[in-house]
Design a protein around this ligand. Structure first.
Ligand SMILES: Cc1cc2nc3c(=O)[nH]c(=O)nc-3n(C[C@H](O)[C@H](O)[C@H](O)COP(=O)(O)OP(=O)(O)OC[C@H]3O[C@@H](n4cnc5c(N)ncnc54)[C@H](O)[C@@H]3O)c2cc1C
Length: 741
């Protein structure tokens, strides 16, 4: 790089300021007390996945957190999964993450949701023993070679300026503008409010003064950055109830010039289960044969010892109490200005926003097997404690309930995710990755998938290997990241299946087919797991081919009809909705199927793969005779273990929805094409005539990497996208001509 006067001046200015401010810290002979390849800040749901991934990819990794006894603490509901969140957990597992296996080990109730609807929205959910979840996560992390867990508060980042000098994130430096071309493209686009753009993170500084060197740093600090708890008129700094907030790091990140926003979330009160009159509530049990989260789990640990949840409802008295006190809620008194999760409204929000609704459903969920603590799902609130107690008394069965912990709301700093690349690296500071709630999402599952992707990409960067970038046709995880970096978010972002363009392709049953090969490439899928994965894909292919090539004969027909008539004489005549389970076609209806392939038969909406199981078991016994785990007893249908049943259902879906899937594949190819059309780093939107100033600002703010991403920025019109398309060629040509001279 050629050194000119002004650059010299800039460097000397930097040195002088820095030397004053930081003495020895700045000399590039800085002494680090420890050295790692990857440092992860925060052992929450994002941090645990990030640290595990980097360590399993062979890198020397350290995980710093405020309290090692609260690793993977479930700050809010004692549950993993649910609508679309279950999809994310399956994807984390398919890529080689650990949330799924841990949930299968400590889950105390499992339910597969939405099974009355199409397979695209089936989603697993599990109640977890919170304490057991923490202990299991710690056990897994501690048993991982290359991974060190450390209790300490990270107070600052140590950066290396493009000029090679080191400076703390919180140390201000006003470098004069330097020569064009002498800096990285990011620097060229550097705005005055981005003092450190083009810098590289080279370590962290702990509150106790230690400095730790790292080639990549991943920040996953959840709700802790400048966290502020609100409970009625009371407010006090905290990261969550009972834990300190992180102010120093919050301020240091602000000084990095990363755009930020202030968000809010809330949690409900916890009750003492011994003071609840359970007879007043409807029981909600788990599934008889739970579906595991992990593709590597054969049988969930508490298969035969699940605990129920209970369903409660608010009353008109509850609504009256809330209406009369809503002015004391920080959300309505103006005490809280920031925005909360629209999809996880507080109870006061529900009463105000749905005044006509007579009652709101609540779920009483156990927090664990070794505690009487009960989580009141649906009653998140920041109303004063006295009002919360009145509300509880107004609900039949909770009149005498004792509150163990009050509900509260928390405001916290998060970073505007349009500051990030698809790898979750910050655009302005290389080597700095962000994951989880800090990026504006809400939920353990949303945090875990980001943590995993940040961990993988930080590790790949340190290993100088190409990044892992998934696209919207492959995973909800990619949709989450793309939505965040393209659209940003002004409220906590929660995943929904409706966010996916191709949700029939992004089902829970095929997450491994979509993602496990990626996990294998980056080194997160063990040989055994890979072998099992390949064997399963082969099995599924064989069964599909078998169904597509085997025709129904009178003999097999008789087997099916006799079997079902035998098992369910009451169902021999099709009486829809009369009794549970699939109707059994009367013999006559099957008659017309003779000669058809089993796949053609399966395409009939009223036919399910379970109905064909009696003949399949005889025809392809190997597919069935492999489960060490007997199917649940008492059910007279063909005994299918959850593993066999889920694999059969996966094949059934591929056959039943073949037409839709093909249609979607064509649309996916179109999207992939637009994703491959990249937009150069240096592209200048301000020189596109015909592009409105508003569009120029939107595109310059986000700086999309592809035409596809540009098309998803809110407010960017298709017309604007095609203009950009045309000008990419024009500007590239002009640029080539300019450099050719
Ligand atoms: C009160 C409350 C209510 C919530 N309600 C909901 C809800 O209703 N629905 C929902 O989906 N999600 C809710 N959540 C969010 C859910 O808990 C988070 O989405 C999830 O935990 C985020 O995971 P994370 O890994 O990003 O951060 P967290 O799980 O918050 O973990 C952050 C970790 O970072 C550590 N840390 C922070 N600062 C530092 C530092 N400077 N140095 C070292 N370590 C540090 C902390 O010790 C902690 O271990 C709620 C959270 C809270 C606190």
């Amino acid at each position: 790089m050629e050194i000119t006067n002004s650059t010299q001046v800039a460097r000397m200015k930097e040195e002088k300021i820095a030397r004053n401010a930081w003495g020895s810290l700045l000399s590039n002979q800085m002494q680090f007390t420890e050295q790692f390849d990857v440092v992860v800040v925060g052992a929450g749901h994002a941090g645990c996945e990030a640290a595990m991934a980097a360590a399993r990819m062979g890198l020397k990794t350290a995980l710093y957190t405020l309290n090692v006894d609260l690793i993977a603490q479930m700050s809010c509901n004692p549950a993993i999964g649910g609508i679309a969140k279950g999809h994310l957990v399956r994807e984390v597992d398919a890529l080689g993450g650990i949330m799924g296996e841990i949930t299968d080990a400590v889950g105390i109730q499992f339910r597969l949701l939405n099974t009355s609807r199409g397979p695209a929205v089936w989603s697993p959910r599990a109640q977890c023993d919170k304490q057991a979840y923490r202990l299991k996560m710690r056990e897994v992390l501690e048993s991982q070679p290359n991974l060190k867990i450390k209790q300490a508060e990270v107070a600052d980042l140590i950066l290396e300026a493009a000029s090679g000098f080191r400076l703390p994130a919180s140390g201000e430096l006003n470098a004069p503008d330097s020569e064009p071309g002498s800096q990285t493209p990011a620097a060229e686009n550097r705005k005055p409010e981005a003092p450190h753009a083009g810098s590289r993170v080279v370590g962290i500084k702990l509150r106790d003064g230690r400095t730790v060197r790292a080639s990549a740093v991943i920040i996953t600090t959840g709700t802790f950055l400048n966290g502020l708890i609100h409970c009625g008129e009371q407010q006090y700094p905290a990261g969550r109830s009972g834990e300190p907030n992180a102010v120093l790091l919050g301020e240091a990140l602000k000084k990095l010039g990363l755009r930020g926003c202030r968000l809010k979330t809330g949690t409900p009160p916890r009750l003492d289960g011994r003071t609840i009159d359970w007879s007043r509530f409807a029981e909600q049990p788990g599934d008889a044969d739970p579906t595991p989260f992990s593709f590597r789990t054969r049988r969930v640990a508490h298969h035969d010892s699940q605990v129920p949840c209970y369903i409660a409802y608010t009353t008109p008295e509850t609504h009256r109490i809330i209406r009369e006190n809503v002015h004391r809620s920080p959300m309505y008194s103006g005490q809280i200005q920031s925005i909360g999760p629209r999809y996880c409204p507080s109870i006061e929000d529900k009463i105000v926003k749905f005044p006509d609704k007579e009652m709101h459903q609540l779920f009483l969920e156990p927090e664990g097997l070794n505690t009487h603590e009960i989580y009141v799902n649906g009653m998140s609130t920041s109303l004063p404690v006295d009002v919360q107690l009145e509300i509880l008394k107004s609900i039949p069965g909770l009149e005498n309930a004792e509150m163990l912990r009050p509900g509260y709301a928390i405001e916290y700093d998060s970073i505007d995710p349009t500051e990030l690349e698809r790898t979750l690296e910050t655009r302005k500071i290389s080597g700095l990755f962000l994951g989880g709630q800090i990026n504006g999402t809400s939920g353990y599952e949303e945090a875990a998938c980001q943590g995993l992707m940040a961990g993988i990409n930080a590790a790949l960067q340190v290993k100088q290997q190409p990044p892992l970038i998934l696209d919207r046709t492959e995973a909800y995880t990619a949709i989450l990241i793309d939505d965040l970096i393209s659209k940003g978010t002004n409220e906590p972002y929660r995943m929904f299946t409706s966010r996916a363009e191709f949700r029939l392709h992004l089902r829970i049953d095929n997450a491994d087919r979509r993602l496990t090969p990626h996990g294998r490439r980056v080194g997160l899928i063990s040989d055994q797991a890979w072998e099992d994965f390949e064997a399963k894909q082969e099995r599924l292919q064989e069964v599909k081919k078998f169904l597509e090539s085997t025709r129904l004969t009178p003999a097999t027909l008789e087997t099916i009809v006799n079997f079902h008539t035998l098992c369910h004489p009451e169902r021999s005549e099709a009486k829809p909705n009369a009794v549970e389970g699939p109707a059994v076609l009367p013999g006559s209806a099957w008659g017309s199927a003779t000669g058809q392939t089993l796949a053609q038969l399966l395409k009939r909406p009223e036919v399910t793969v379970e109905q064909l199981a009696p003949i399949l078991q005889g025809l392809i016994p190997d597919f069935f005779n492999r489960s060490k785990n007997p199917a649940p007893s008492g059910d007279s249908a063909v005994k299918l273990s959850s593993q066999v049943r889920n694999e059969l259902k996966s094949v059934e879906t591929e056959i039943k929805y073949e037409g839709y899937l093909l249609q979607q594949e064509r649309a996916m190819d179109r999207l992939k094409k637009s994703e491959q059309h990249s937009i150069p780093d240096w592209f200048d939107y301000s020189s596109i005539s015909g592009l409105s100033r508003e569009m120029q600002e939107k595109l310059t703010h986000v700086r999309p990497r592809t035409i596809g991403q540009a098309s998803r920025i809110p407010g960017v019109t298709p017309a604007a996208v095609s203009l950009v398309n045309v000008y990419i060629e024009i500007q590239t040509r002009r640029r080539d001509q300019a450099t050719a001279i």
